[in-house]
Design a protein around this ligand. Structure first.
Ligand code: SAM
Length: 189
């Protein structure tokens, strides 16, 4: 079973930024690596499912004409919108929605999957990826970055996620960066 929505609701009811995305050097450096790994200088439309409080969303906005983030938790999406407004970013838009809810844009040329796919059981990963990759234009970039530790709230591991990505016949691996803590991979759709 995927990690249920009420788990994330309870995380955000205890703290507006439960993973310290806005302040932890580990996360800020990881976001910097994600953005630096993108092969194109500019992207037209980026989709960032599970965008949380929008720290990476704001960084992506500097490289993209439009960024569309979604998070299942309303307070997280609100916090992301506040962050973007404070930063004067008008080209990034965050909605409260599931990653697979119908998307307002036809396609994107950048899909960002950061610390998200391990909430889905291994047996369901390929189906989720099929739904998400449907949005990515041929030739578009898919970047995935996942922690390699174990957590009881995860339905699978970061290694499982990247193994599922490696199985996809519709993705070509462009870059692979492994550290003790996380794996970052960039693909061409
Ligand atoms: C660990 S945080 C990752 C945030 C961000 N992507 C990052 O790398 O910093 C996981 C987020 O995924 C959101 N989430 C979980 N399942 C989701 C789903 N099916 N659709 C949209 N958001 C989801 C949670 O609410 C939470 O904010």
């Amino acid at each position: 079973m995927s990690t249920p929505g009420h788990y994330f609701e309870s995380m955000y009811s205890d703290s507006s930024d439960p993973w310290d995305f806005a302040t932890a050097w580990y996360e800020l450096r990881r976001y910097g690596l994600i953005v630096a790994s993108l092969p194109e200088q500019r992207y037209r439309v980026c989709f960032e499912p599970a965008c949380s409080v929008g720290v990476l969303t704001e960084m992506l906005a500097a490289r993209c004409d439009e960024v569309h983030g979604v998070d299942v938790v309303d307070t997280a999406a609100e916090e992301a919108r506040r962050r973007l407004a404070r930063a004067g970013v008008t080209t990034a838009h965050v909605r409260t929605a599931d990653a697979l809810d119908p998307w307002p844009r036809a396609t994107c040329d950048l899909l960002v999957l950061s610390e998200f796919l391990y909430y889905t059981p291994v047996a369901e990963l390929d189906g989720l990826l099929t739904g998400l990759l449907r949005l990515v234009e041929p030739g578009g970039t898919v970047v995935a970055c996942h922690w390699l530790g174990r957590s009881p709230d995860h339905a699978c591991t970061g290694e499982d996620v990247h193994a599922a990505l490696a199985e996809r016949g519709d993705l070509t691996l462009l870059a692979h960066h492994r550290e003790e803590g996380f794996l970052l991979e960039v693909f061409r759709r």
